[in-house]
Design a protein around this ligand. Structure first.
Ligand code: NCC
Length: 276
């Protein structure tokens, strides 16, 4: 269904999606108050150049996958939102280098973001569903969730842990490419954390392996590997354009169909290994 060749699509992603974190020099964040809270080092300075990276979706199909050792063999592992490792090491591994969380998780009291020790490992990145191509002023005034206060509270509690705010322009640059490469009209909601995490890692790593974003033979209606909750929309999408994201990732996969079927595994090049 995609309109561009895989090679051209990779070039579009590399050249049009700017993965940046909010910095103390950005408009509205260049106040002494904000500069005090934002990490002093850039994400690039913090992580350096990454080699083999794993992105672990939260899908129920990770259950009984025994992918843990394979996932942990990567230099860097990205996980999402409240996805745990404790008690699930055999299927998802135990290494967490980066955790990408949405602004709802950071904001909503019941999620216990400020108190659950799960979040105290690795580098944190939070993103918020900003209005379509909103400038930073509009977004700052009207974030989808008012996560700024909890961001600051977390930073006070854990000043040494790197914690970044994803620049919201990225999600719509990526959405535009998803839309251009789909025959259908896509709902104007931002890509899922999963898709954002994949592209973030493509900017940082030499090679990216993604687990159970494209479902394997273990595909199930169980939403998460760590919960009993059933909902097909978790895999197919409702709010997020998940189906379109998955079609695009399938199109640029450099691994085999067998790897998808057996391991739920996709292989993607880091952007520094994409030559246009
Ligand atoms: O469920 P969620 O996502 O945290 O999952 C992380 C990413 O894994 C991929 N996934 C997940 C389940 C599944 N069966 N198949 C998958 O492919 C997706 O790429 C997904 O992005 C999110 O994207 O941030 C999301 O967050 C949850 C929820 O807010 C958090 O888990 C915090 O509790 C959303 N669920 C609800 O709001 C009820 C979900 O829609 C999207």
């Amino acid at each position: 269904t995609a309109k561009l060749s895989p090679e051209k699509l990779l070039c579009q992603l590399r050249d049009r999606v700017n993965v940046t974190m909010i910095q103390g020099s950005d408009d509205l964040f260049n106040t002494s108050a904000w500069q005090h809270y934002l990490p002093r080092k850039s994400l690039n300075e913090t992580v350096g150049r990454l080699g083999r990276c794993a992105v672990v979706s939260s899908a129920g199909s990770l259950k009984s996958s025994h992918l843990g050792p394979e996932i942990d063999s990567h230099d860097t592992v990205l996980r999402f939102n409240g996805a745990p490792t404790k008690g699930f090491q055999d299927d998802v591994g135990e290494k967490t280098t980066v955790r990408l969380v949405n602004s709802q998780l950071v904001t909503v009291e019941e999620q216990q973001f400020l108190t659950d020790a799960l979040y105290n490992t690795g580098i944190l990145i939070v993103w918020d569903p900003a209005p379509y191509h909103a400038d930073i002023h509009e977004w700052y005034r009207k974030p989808d969730y008012k996560f700024f206060e909890n961001y600051k509270l977390y930073r006070i509690k854990h000043p040494e842990q790197p914690f970044y705010i994803l620049n919201p322009k990225m999600q719509w640059q990526l959405w535009d490419i998803l839309q251009e490469n789909s025959l259908e009209h896509i709902q104007p909601n931002p890509p899922s954390s999963g898709m954002l995490g994949i592209v973030i890692m493509m900017t940082l790593c030499d090679e990216v392996h993604v687990y159970e974003f494209l479902p394997s033979k273990r595909q199930t209606d169980i939403c998460h590997y760590y919960q009993k909750f059933h909902d097909r929309a978790c895999t197919m999408g409702a709010y997020h354009p998940l189906l379109f994201e998955k079609n695009l990732v399938k199109h640029i996969n450099q691994g085999t169909d067998e790897d998808i079927y057996i391991r739920g595994k996709v292989t993607l090049p880091g952007f520094r290994n994409v030559h246009c």
